[in-house]
Design a protein around this ligand. Structure first.
Ligand code: MF3
Ligand code: CO
Length: 250
């Protein structure tokens, strides 16, 4: 099978940088706003107004029928939690916010997990391991490496900390489309994957679980949860492969 991974031109990279800036701004502002008592729908409304004020569009809204701007996934929810007026943040929760932005024909995609007030040491350790696994993965996003080098670094950091990495959901190329080739698993599959080249833009996104890596989808047909209902964290950045190493766009 022939894989087409688009190499972005300098002009296209400028547009990706702009999308990345807006995506990051949304996460920074939502991260500063989260507190016990807030609903995930209020966060969604904040995100949409920031994005529209930037002259951009929420990339998730309408994507396969997804109804919102952000995914807001609490505790055992892994990804794709749908914001709701009656979903209220509580002290001790961990909340992952994932957001996608479209502008000038390109996309940014990123996620962070935030603590709500004081959280348990175990929850903190999980978040830290997930973030560290993302950083290790990004560090491998260098020209002439393969996708599997990213996967291996992520898995190794997460598992050395005593956690598991989700198998069913993976990172991806990002650019003109929210999701493009290549797929970027967060674990070693045995397939080396494509060679990385300068000008590729990738969304790297480990989901790291406290217990089993196994997940299931709730009856709303979106929300992904851990099968054992233990905690899950999610960090994601959109990055550009350059000849001088990875550049984080978000
Ligand atoms: N979690 C997905 C990603 O980061 C995005 C959610 S897609 C949507 O790639 F369907 F929710 F829009
Ligand atoms: Co993504």
């Amino acid at each position: 099978m022939v894989r087409m991974i688009e190499i972005k031109s300098p002009d296209e990279i400028d547009k990706m940088v702009e999308c990345g800036r807006i995506t990051r701004r949304v996460l920074d502002e939502l991260g500063a706003a989260v507190r016990p008592g807030l609903s995930t729908l209020e966060l969604d409304e904040m995100a949409e107004s920031i994005i529209r004020a930037e002259g951009a569009e929420p990339a998730f809204k309408g994507y396969f029928g997804y109804p919102a701007t952000i995914c807001a996934s609490i505790n055992c929810e892994v990804v794709h939690g749908i914001p709701r007026r009656d979903k209220i943040l509580r002290e001790g929760d961990i909340l992952s916010i994932d957001v996608g932005v479209r502008k000038l024909g390109f996309h940014g995609d990123a996620a962070r997990t935030f603590p709500i007030g004081r959280i348990s040491p175990e929850a903190r350790r999980l978040m830290d391991a997930c973030r560290a696994s993302l950083e290790a993965g990004v560090a491998q996003a260098v020209a002439n490496n393969r996708v599997e080098d990213i996967s291996r670094a992520i898995q190794s950091v997460a598992e050395k900390a005593g956690f598991s990495v989700v198998r069913e959901w993976v990172g991806h190329g990002v650019g003109r489309n929210l999701h493009e080739d290549p797929q970027i698993p967060n674990f070693v599959t045995g397939k080396k994957g494509p060679v990385l080249e300068p000008g590729m833009t990738l969304a790297i996104e480990p989901m790291v679980n406290e217990g089993t890596y196994k997940t299931e989808i709730l009856e709303d047909r979106w929300t992904v949860v851990t099968v054992d209902r233990k905690l899950s964290a999610h960090f994601e950045d959109s990055i550009l492969v350059t000849k001088n190493g990875p550049k984080v766009l978000t």
